[in-house]
Design a protein around this ligand. Structure first.
Ligand code: NAD
Length: 263
């Protein structure tokens, strides 16, 4: 059983996290690439992470260099079909169960893979701070196209917006590209309002996203971090579990749901 990999210390800490969730008024999850590695999607910074394979394209390079745009679209066409086939794992499913049981209010994710939606979480309860691979955005008229809408020319080396002819890009945030302001503002407001934040599978090194758990902790929320290595925000956390996201969330969810039944 997956949970058998958890040491006793981890279980005891997860029991305490379960109590914090049960006594919270508004609880948020903040997820990163580490929750999806168990679905077969590499993260950025682990030894076999994406950074070790190819350097990501910066926003400035994308805007300024047609050759880089052509490479960007070629890579997306190679990789996107693989991503579409990926399935949520027990970590995503556990968060979905916590939301279903009314013990978790919202997921703010840095992930672009759409697996929280695929696990059954209502999209109104998800903020995708770094956007989604499943959408294409026109950088001129800002129209969002679902990737499977059939509206984008699959044959063009660099496709143009079918509405205005403007420059298209996957609706994800590249390095150096500003976040969607409304998503960031909403996330920071929620961080201030919430009294519990659960971080799962994030190195918490990407700014400004990592301000979300930081602001929450600084405004009085209890911060819990489940990640298989240290993070720069560990010193603000009341609970730290250095273990696998899937096993930890599976155990945690069982404890929370048992607590809900008891009440
Ligand atoms: P990151 O790669 O910086 O950090 C991931 C963290 O998760 C690391 O600390 C790693 O040790 C840990 N981790 C990996 N597998 C784990 C597991 N099974 N259990 C527990 N911990 C595990 O990722 P980040 O903090 O999300 O920031 C990187 C950026 O990369 C984000 O902006 C995100 O948009 C993007 N990204 C997203 C995906 C995705 O959508 N799945 C994949 C790669 C990168």
């Amino acid at each position: 059983m997956l949970e058998a990999s958890l040491e006793l210390d981890h279980r005891l800490e997860l029991d305490r996290i379960a109590q914090s969730i049960l006594s919270s008024r508004q609880a948020l999850a903040f997820t990163g690439a580490g929750i999806s590695t168990e679905s077969g999607i590499p993260d950025f910074r682990s030894p076999d992470g994406l950074w070790k394979r190819s350097a990501p394209t910066s926003f400035r390079e994308f805007l300024n260099d047609p050759e880089i745009r052509a490479r960007y679209w070629r890579r997306r066409r190679e990789r996107y079909p693989e991503l579409v086939d990926k399935l949520p794992n027990v970590g995503h499913q556990s968060l979905q169960q916590l939301i279903d049981a009314g013990t978790l209010d919202l997921v703010i994710t840095q992930n672009i893979d759409g697996l929280h939606q695929k696990s059954g979480v209502d999209s109104g309860r998800i903020i995708e701070l770094h956007g989604s691979s499943h959408q294409i955005r026109c950088l001129e008229c800002r129209t969002l196209f679902p990737a499977d809408s059939g509206e984008i020319d699959d044959q063009a080396t660099i496709p143009d917006c079918p509405r205005c002819g403007g420059m298209l890009k996957e609706a994800t945030i590249s390095f150096g590209e500003p976040l969607i302001e409304e998503d960031l503002r909403r996330s920071l407001n929620l961080a201030e309002e919430s009294d519990f934040v659960l971080v799962v599978g994030s190195s918490l090194t990407v700014n400004p996203a990592s301000r979300v758990p930081l602001v929450a902790a600084r405004t009085g929320a209890t911060l819990a971090i489940i990640n298989n290595e240290e993070t720069p925000l560990d010193r603000y956390a009341e609970h730290i579990v250095q273990a696998s996201a899937g096993a930890s969330l599976s155990y945690l969810t069982r404890q929370v749901l048992a607590g809900v039944q008891d009440n």
